[in-house]
Design a protein around this ligand. Structure first.
Ligand SMILES: Cc1cc2nc3c(=O)[nH]c(=O)nc-3n(C[C@H](O)[C@H](O)[C@H](O)COP(=O)(O)OP(=O)(O)OC[C@H]3O[C@@H](n4cnc5c(N)ncnc54)[C@H](O)[C@@H]3O)c2cc1C
Length: 321
């Protein structure tokens, strides 16, 4: 009996979301009086034993070239095999792109109950009850898993990374790996930017910025703060910004520590993707803009006046001028 955590990686480097999942899974194991183990697939450049500092005792590493790229069916089979052989009865994923593709399949394969998008440790005093957001973050649901095996995917930025120290034992797991059915012919990567899904700070622009030529100040502010840039769907639809920056119901759902919304009205579909942000700052010239209702801090003002002033203030704070 143990908790097994899927260690998600990109190009050999373990993702921040995995540190959260490892911390969460380890705490859950402690709560259940059992141990936490990890499973990593494909070649990993980072030292997996270091992940012991997040509380995992053992890491099963299935290092085969077929696992260097995500093929959800192949990953599902391998993770399920490792779960069975390690006797795991609780399997944790990040609720990110990879986790969304694999967790439901693993749950089906193991006849397990599944909760996606968990935001807190399960209540294990009375059964096994997992809290999650529903209705685009407008409400919570407490979902009881009654099956012997349980699968949970954890929302990014919902559980803090906690280090307890120590090293994990890394064992090379010998699992039969099917040939992937998906062949990757080309990869186009966004270079030199902070990935939006992993960003802790986000500066986002809307139609209030009037046109793509005005994004210089958004990018400058983001660069100064070490933030990623995002936009509303209206902006992406108008081709002012690339679609991978569009956040909201039909775009990326993010949960950064700080979300600065500039010239965005705060339509419900936009809020659906950003309302899990820890702190929301809204800059809008219309005091009646709906976004102010969701804001922690609001500035009623013209973006073309406020943002340059913010840039000057941040530069001054950083001793840059
Ligand atoms: C099914 C469906 C799904 C959708 N999914 C999404 C989604 O995922 N994400 C998303 O963003 N939208 C989504 N939308 C669209 C959404 O309803 C809004 O139309 C969109 O978010 C509006 O974008 P906006 O706020 O940038 O533009 P606008 O609504 O035009 O708002 C611009 C804002 O800028 C302010 N402003 C103007 N000039 C200035 C200035 N100089 N300084 C400061 N403020 C200024 C205005 O007061 C206004 O509040 C969806 C819609 C539908 C129907």
């Amino acid at each position: 009996m143990s908790v097994l955590i899927f260690i998600d990686q990109s190009e050999g480097h373990v993702k921040k979301a995995s540190f959260e999942a490892l911390s969460y899974g380890s705490k859950l194991a402690e709560q259940l009086g059992t141990t936490a183990e990890g499973v990593a697939l494909g070649s990993v450049k980072d030292d997996l034993s270091d992940l012991g500092k997040y509380g995992v005792k053992k890491i099963h590493h299935v290092n085969q070239p077929a696992l260097d790229h995500l093929d959800a069916q192949v990953f599902t089979k391998v993770i399920s095999e490792v779960a069975k052989s390690s006797g795991a009865d609780c399997i944790i994923f990040s609720n990110n792109v990879d986790g969304k593709a694999i967790a439901p399949r693993v749950a089906t394969k193991l006849s397990a109950g599944l909760v996606t998008g968990a935001i807190a440790l399960p209540d294990t005093k009375n059964g096994f009850v997992v809290k999650k957001n529903v209705f685009s973050g407008k409400a919570f649901a407490n979902v009881s898993i009654t099956s012997p095996i349980k699968v949970i995917s954890l929302n990014p930025n919902a559980y803090p990374v906690s280090e307890v120290g120590g090293k994990a034992e890394v064992v090379q797991a010998n699992v039969a790996v099917d040939a992937p059915k998906v062949k990757i012919t080309a990869t186009n990567k966004v270079k030199g930017e902070i990935p939006l899904s992993e960003a802790e700070l986000v500066v986002s622009g809307g139609r209030g910025l009037k046109g793509p030529e005005n994004w210089g100040m958004i990018e400058e502010l983001a660069k100064l703060l070490g933030a990623a840039t995002a936009c509303s769907r209206a902006v992406a639809d108008a081709h002012w910004r690339p679609h991978h920056e569009h956040v909201g119901q039909t775009g990326l759902a993010i949960a950064p520590n700080l979300y600065i919304a500039i010239g965005i009205s705060g339509a419900i579909q936009h809020l659906a993707g950003v309302n899990r942000s820890k702190v929301i700052v809204v800059i809008n010239k219309d005091p009646e803009a709906p976004f102010f209702k969701a804001a922690d801090y609001g500035i009623v003002g013209d973006a073309f006046d406020v943002v340059p002033k913010m840039i000057t203030a941040v530069k001054k704070l950083k001793g840059l001028g």
